[in-house]
Design a protein around this ligand. Structure first.
Ligand code: VGL
Ligand code: ZN
Length: 228
Protein backbone atom coordinates (compact mmCIF):
# COMPACT_ATOMS: atom_id res chain seq x y z
CA UNK A 1 0.00 0.00 0.00
CA UNK A 2 2.63 2.52 1.04
CA UNK A 3 4.80 1.34 -1.90
CA UNK A 4 1.98 2.02 -4.28
CA UNK A 5 1.45 5.43 -2.74
CA UNK A 6 5.09 6.37 -2.95
CA UNK A 7 5.23 5.12 -6.57
CA UNK A 8 2.24 7.26 -7.37
CA UNK A 9 3.78 10.32 -5.79
CA UNK A 10 7.05 9.77 -7.70
CA UNK A 11 5.10 9.36 -10.91
CA UNK A 12 2.98 12.40 -10.36
CA UNK A 13 6.01 14.56 -9.69
CA UNK A 14 7.88 13.35 -12.78
CA UNK A 15 4.72 13.46 -14.90
CA UNK A 16 3.64 16.85 -13.66
CA UNK A 17 1.80 18.64 -16.46
CA UNK A 18 1.41 22.40 -16.24
CA UNK A 19 0.80 23.59 -19.78
CA UNK A 20 1.14 27.11 -21.17
CA UNK A 21 -0.14 28.24 -24.56
CA UNK A 22 1.86 31.00 -26.28
CA UNK A 23 0.16 32.61 -29.28
CA UNK A 24 2.77 34.41 -31.35
CA UNK A 25 2.11 37.63 -33.33
CA UNK A 26 -1.44 37.01 -34.65
CA UNK A 27 -1.59 40.60 -35.89
CA UNK A 28 -3.08 42.21 -39.00
CA UNK A 29 0.23 42.94 -40.72
CA UNK A 30 1.25 39.26 -40.51
CA UNK A 31 -2.15 38.00 -41.74
CA UNK A 32 -3.42 40.51 -44.31
CA UNK A 33 -0.97 43.42 -44.16
CA UNK A 34 2.54 44.42 -45.22
CA UNK A 35 4.24 41.18 -44.10
CA UNK A 36 1.37 38.76 -44.66
CA UNK A 37 2.37 35.14 -44.07
CA UNK A 38 0.74 32.81 -46.65
CA UNK A 39 -2.21 31.00 -45.06
CA UNK A 40 -2.05 33.09 -41.90
CA UNK A 41 -5.83 33.47 -41.71
CA UNK A 42 -6.31 29.68 -41.97
CA UNK A 43 -4.90 29.01 -38.49
CA UNK A 44 -7.23 31.36 -36.57
CA UNK A 45 -9.88 28.65 -35.99
CA UNK A 46 -7.36 26.13 -34.65
CA UNK A 47 -5.82 28.76 -32.39
CA UNK A 48 -9.28 29.61 -31.02
CA UNK A 49 -9.90 25.90 -30.37
CA UNK A 50 -6.65 25.77 -28.38
CA UNK A 51 -7.42 29.01 -26.51
CA UNK A 52 -10.67 27.37 -25.31
CA UNK A 53 -8.74 24.50 -23.64
CA UNK A 54 -7.87 24.82 -19.93
CA UNK A 55 -4.17 25.73 -20.27
CA UNK A 56 -2.78 26.99 -16.95
CA UNK A 57 -1.43 30.03 -18.77
CA UNK A 58 -2.54 31.62 -22.04
CA UNK A 59 -0.14 34.25 -23.28
CA UNK A 60 0.02 36.21 -26.53
CA UNK A 61 2.86 38.19 -28.07
CA UNK A 62 2.66 41.28 -30.23
CA UNK A 63 5.41 42.59 -32.48
CA UNK A 64 5.36 46.35 -31.95
CA UNK A 65 7.81 48.69 -33.65
CA UNK A 66 8.46 52.42 -33.79
CA UNK A 67 8.31 54.00 -37.28
CA UNK A 68 12.05 53.79 -38.00
CA UNK A 69 12.79 50.40 -36.50
CA UNK A 70 16.20 48.83 -37.18
CA UNK A 71 14.51 45.79 -38.78
CA UNK A 72 12.86 47.84 -41.54
CA UNK A 73 14.50 47.98 -44.98
CA UNK A 74 13.27 51.57 -45.35
CA UNK A 75 15.22 52.65 -42.25
CA UNK A 76 18.46 51.72 -44.07
CA UNK A 77 17.39 52.80 -47.59
CA UNK A 78 17.74 49.17 -48.66
CA UNK A 79 15.51 46.73 -50.56
CA UNK A 80 12.96 44.71 -48.61
CA UNK A 81 14.12 41.14 -47.90
CA UNK A 82 17.77 42.12 -48.44
CA UNK A 83 20.10 41.51 -45.51
CA UNK A 84 22.36 43.66 -43.36
CA UNK A 85 24.63 43.11 -40.38
CA UNK A 86 23.20 44.97 -37.41
CA UNK A 87 24.63 45.65 -33.94
CA UNK A 88 23.10 46.18 -30.52
CA UNK A 89 22.95 49.95 -29.77
CA UNK A 90 25.22 49.42 -26.73
CA UNK A 91 27.79 47.46 -28.77
CA UNK A 92 29.84 50.56 -29.57
CA UNK A 93 32.86 48.58 -30.78
CA UNK A 94 30.61 46.64 -33.15
CA UNK A 95 31.98 43.28 -32.06
CA UNK A 96 28.78 41.24 -32.17
CA UNK A 97 27.01 41.79 -35.45
CA UNK A 98 24.11 39.67 -36.62
CA UNK A 99 23.17 39.32 -40.28
CA UNK A 100 19.46 40.09 -40.47
CA UNK A 101 16.68 40.13 -43.04
CA UNK A 102 15.34 43.67 -43.60
CA UNK A 103 11.56 43.67 -43.55
CA UNK A 104 8.82 45.81 -45.03
CA UNK A 105 7.53 48.33 -42.50
CA UNK A 106 5.20 46.33 -40.22
CA UNK A 107 3.44 46.43 -36.85
CA UNK A 108 4.07 50.13 -36.28
CA UNK A 109 2.72 51.41 -32.96
CA UNK A 110 -0.60 53.20 -33.38
CA UNK A 111 -1.46 51.57 -36.74
CA UNK A 112 -4.11 48.90 -37.29
CA UNK A 113 -1.36 46.60 -38.60
CA UNK A 114 -0.21 45.90 -35.05
CA UNK A 115 -3.71 45.02 -33.76
CA UNK A 116 -4.71 41.41 -33.13
CA UNK A 117 -6.36 39.93 -36.20
CA UNK A 118 -10.19 40.06 -36.20
CA UNK A 119 -11.74 36.71 -35.24
CA UNK A 120 -8.98 35.77 -32.81
CA UNK A 121 -10.32 35.05 -29.32
CA UNK A 122 -8.15 37.40 -27.26
CA UNK A 123 -10.35 37.49 -24.14
CA UNK A 124 -8.59 34.73 -22.23
CA UNK A 125 -5.00 35.98 -22.59
CA UNK A 126 -3.62 36.58 -19.11
CA UNK A 127 -0.62 38.43 -20.47
CA UNK A 128 0.42 40.10 -23.71
CA UNK A 129 4.18 40.25 -24.26
CA UNK A 130 5.39 43.10 -26.52
CA UNK A 131 8.60 42.81 -28.52
CA UNK A 132 10.62 45.02 -30.87
CA UNK A 133 9.57 48.20 -29.09
CA UNK A 134 13.10 49.62 -28.82
CA UNK A 135 14.03 51.38 -32.14
CA UNK A 136 17.54 49.90 -32.27
CA UNK A 137 16.85 46.36 -31.04
CA UNK A 138 15.35 43.47 -33.02
CA UNK A 139 13.48 40.67 -31.25
CA UNK A 140 12.14 37.44 -32.67
CA UNK A 141 11.87 35.23 -29.61
CA UNK A 142 9.08 35.87 -27.13
CA UNK A 143 11.73 35.46 -24.42
CA UNK A 144 14.46 37.94 -25.39
CA UNK A 145 16.04 40.12 -28.09
CA UNK A 146 18.27 38.63 -30.80
CA UNK A 147 21.46 39.47 -28.87
CA UNK A 148 20.07 37.83 -25.70
CA UNK A 149 20.71 41.07 -23.77
CA UNK A 150 17.25 41.70 -22.35
CA UNK A 151 14.53 39.27 -21.35
CA UNK A 152 10.79 39.90 -21.64
CA UNK A 153 8.51 39.00 -18.73
CA UNK A 154 7.77 35.60 -20.33
CA UNK A 155 10.58 33.54 -18.70
CA UNK A 156 9.67 34.81 -15.21
CA UNK A 157 5.94 34.24 -15.82
CA UNK A 158 6.51 30.60 -16.86
CA UNK A 159 8.86 30.01 -13.94
CA UNK A 160 6.55 31.59 -11.35
CA UNK A 161 3.67 29.37 -12.53
CA UNK A 162 5.83 26.19 -12.51
CA UNK A 163 5.00 25.52 -16.12
CA UNK A 164 6.28 22.20 -17.51
CA UNK A 165 5.07 22.28 -21.12
CA UNK A 166 4.98 25.22 -23.53
CA UNK A 167 2.83 25.04 -26.67
CA UNK A 168 3.59 27.50 -29.46
CA UNK A 169 1.22 28.60 -32.23
CA UNK A 170 1.02 31.59 -34.57
CA UNK A 171 3.27 33.49 -36.96
CA UNK A 172 5.79 33.25 -38.39
CA UNK A 173 6.89 29.63 -37.99
CA UNK A 174 10.36 30.30 -39.43
CA UNK A 175 11.05 33.42 -37.32
CA UNK A 176 9.27 34.36 -34.09
CA UNK A 177 7.75 30.92 -33.44
CA UNK A 178 11.02 29.13 -34.21
CA UNK A 179 13.24 31.31 -31.99
CA UNK A 180 10.69 31.28 -29.17
CA UNK A 181 10.54 27.46 -29.25
CA UNK A 182 14.35 27.18 -29.25
CA UNK A 183 14.55 29.44 -26.17
CA UNK A 184 11.83 27.44 -24.37
CA UNK A 185 13.78 24.23 -25.08
CA UNK A 186 17.02 25.83 -23.80
CA UNK A 187 15.23 26.79 -20.58
CA UNK A 188 14.32 23.12 -20.08
CA UNK A 189 10.62 23.15 -20.95
CA UNK A 190 8.94 20.35 -22.84
CA UNK A 191 8.38 22.36 -25.98
CA UNK A 192 5.61 21.81 -28.51
CA UNK A 193 4.76 23.23 -31.92
CA UNK A 194 1.15 22.76 -32.99
CA UNK A 195 1.77 22.35 -36.71
CA UNK A 196 -1.75 23.08 -37.93
CA UNK A 197 -1.78 26.32 -35.93
CA UNK A 198 1.50 27.74 -37.32
CA UNK A 199 2.31 29.22 -40.75
CA UNK A 200 5.74 30.17 -42.03
CA UNK A 201 7.03 32.74 -44.51
CA UNK A 202 8.63 29.80 -46.32
CA UNK A 203 9.60 26.12 -46.02
CA UNK A 204 7.71 25.19 -42.85
CA UNK A 205 8.50 21.51 -43.39
CA UNK A 206 12.27 22.12 -43.41
CA UNK A 207 12.12 24.37 -40.34
CA UNK A 208 9.97 21.91 -38.38
CA UNK A 209 12.31 19.03 -39.23
CA UNK A 210 15.26 21.05 -37.91
CA UNK A 211 13.37 21.86 -34.71
CA UNK A 212 12.24 18.24 -34.30
CA UNK A 213 15.88 17.12 -34.46
CA UNK A 214 16.69 19.56 -31.63
CA UNK A 215 14.07 17.91 -29.39
CA UNK A 216 11.04 20.12 -29.99
CA UNK A 217 7.82 18.06 -30.25
CA UNK A 218 5.51 18.62 -33.19
CA UNK A 219 1.81 17.96 -32.62
CA UNK A 220 -1.65 18.91 -33.92
CA UNK A 221 -4.65 20.75 -32.49
CA UNK A 222 -6.60 17.48 -32.34
CA UNK A 223 -3.84 15.70 -30.39
CA UNK A 224 -3.49 18.59 -27.94
CA UNK A 225 -7.26 18.61 -27.28
CA UNK A 226 -7.01 14.91 -26.22
CA UNK A 227 -4.47 15.73 -23.51
CA UNK A 228 -6.94 17.86 -21.53
C1 VGL B 1 8.33 38.46 -37.37
C2 VGL B 1 9.57 39.24 -39.10
C3 VGL B 1 9.68 40.48 -38.49
C4 VGL B 1 7.56 37.31 -36.77
C5 VGL B 1 8.43 39.67 -36.73
O1 VGL B 1 6.62 37.56 -36.00
O2 VGL B 1 7.88 36.15 -37.09
N1 VGL B 1 8.91 38.24 -38.53
N2 VGL B 1 9.09 40.68 -37.32
ZN1 ZN C 1 8.96 42.70 -36.57
Amino acid sequence: MSDTLSDTSTMSSTNKFVPALVVIDMQNDFVTGSLAVPGGADIIDNINTLVDLPFTLKIATRDLHPEKHVSFAETHGKAVFSTKTIYHPEDEDRTFGLEQVLWPVHCVTGTSGCDFVPGLNTKSFQKVVLKGVDPGVESYSAFQDIWAKNATELPETLRANQVTDVYFVGLAGDFCVKFSAIDALKLGYRTWLVEDAVKSIKDQGVVFEELRRMGIRVTTTEEVAKVF
